[in-house]
Design a protein around this ligand. Structure first.
Ligand SMILES: Nc1ncnc2c1ncn2[C@@H]1O[C@H](COP(=O)(O)OP(=O)(O)O)[C@@H](O)[C@H]1O
Ligand SMILES: [Mg+2]
Length: 329
């Protein structure tokens, strides 16, 4: 057991800010990240990639401080990078190299000798599902294979922390599933810390036990997923036939909280009388209730509720990719 609870954090930042010229990209982040798989969520331009680069000591922070595994991000970047595997957002591969040469090269850059790097390159390429394609040139690879190669490069030195910046971007369904399964396995089997950024809640839900949500350079939420789901109010979902808008108005006028999705109404469960109250109003409005069930909001719903509070009008996390959000203003 560690005596000082502060030592339990794998990554810790105090008032960390980063400016690009006059633009404030990270605004005084105070983070305490424990071991485990953490999903870093936020719309395009929120500051996810910037945060990762700061943690890795790849870019200079403007003010504040940060530590990774006890090392100072401003002074000990090289030590930190020897403990972190980093899968960057953009293509960092040499298309002219074979996968095996690319991955070995990643190891050599980190100071591994050629023999060790070669052996490890074979191991990690098998791990990411590229055993049979390892001698092929990268320019013949699909996006999924390129992402897997980037992951292999990040894992070459068996890092304690793995940082993956939007690893599922551009992947088809099958490649995405394989990527997420591999990341989950990496976190679980190795007891590693995995930071996974995404603008898609589903990705995070499949791999991570907690989430960190960033919005306009600020942390708006940091929580275990279990706690988050339990904290949200339950709803009664009714599917009705005819008069959905009248029913919605009546419910609201009677003090119920309602979310309407066409013929489906979700009414916040307040107490034991909620269901009887809903049915009474339905009878008064002369609408037919086709189905009534308890609805447990999922993470996507929670994300939407949070975005709603932040004043963002979106219908789903996929909306966060629309050009309106690019640039992060
Ligand atoms: N090299 C850079 N120079 C200037 N501005 C940048 C640079 N990189 C990122 N930004 C800006 O900083 C903000 C955060 O960007 P980024 O960290 O890439 O967000 P995310 O990864 O969440 O999409 C955005 O407004 C972006 O335009
Ligand atoms: Mg990014």
């Amino acid at each position: 057991m560690l005596e000082d609870s502060n030592n339990n954090w794998v990554i810790e930042t105090k008032n960390l800010s980063k400016m690009y010229g006059p633009h404030l990209a990270l605004d005084g982040l105070n983070l305490q990240i424990p071991r485990g798989a953490v999903g870093v969520l936020g719309p395009n331009g929120a500051g996810k990639s910037t945060l990762f680069k700061c943690i890795l000591g790849l870019i200079q922070i403007t003010s504040g401080s940060g530590k990774v595994l006890g090392f100072d991000i401003q002074k000990e970047g090289e030590k930190i990078r020897s403990k972190i595997g980093y899968m960057p957002e953009y293509d960092a591969l040499d298309p002219g190299l074979s996968a095996i040469d690319q991955v070995r090269y990643a190891g050599e850059i980190l100071g591994m000798n050629t023999d060790v790097a070669t052996q490890r390159a074979h191991e990690v390429l098998e791990y990411v599902g590229l055993k049979d394609q390892r001698y092929r040139k990268i320019d013949t690879f699909s996006t999924g294979m390129k992402q897997a190669t980037k992951l292999a490069c990040a894992l070459i030195h068996d890092p304690e922390i793995l940082i993956c910046d939007e690893p599922t971007n551009g992947l088809d369904k099958r490649a995405r599933k394989f990527m997420l399964d591999t990341l989950r396995r990496t976190a679980e089997e190795g007891e590693r810390t995995v930071l996974l950024s995404s603008h898609v809640m589903d990705d995070v839900q499949e791999v991570c036990s907690s989430i960190l949500m960033i919005y306009k350079g600020k942390v708006v939420l940091q929580k275990k997923i279990d706690e988050l789901v339990n904290q949200v109010e339950k709803e009664i979902e009714i599917t009705i036939w005819g008069g959905a808008s009248i029913m919605e108005t009546q419910l609201i006028d009677n003090g119920y909280k309602v979310r309407r999705l066409g013929r489906i109404l979700r009414v916040t469960l307040m107490d034991d009388n909620t269901i009887i109250g809903i049915l009474k109003i339905a009878a008064e409005c002369k609408v037919q209730v086709r189905q009534l069930k308890e609805y447990q909001p999922d993470l996507e719903d929670i994300f939407l509720l949070i975005m709603d509070k932040l004043g963002e009008e979106i219908k789903g996390t996929s909306d966060l990719m629309t050009p309106k959000h690019i640039g992060g203003n």
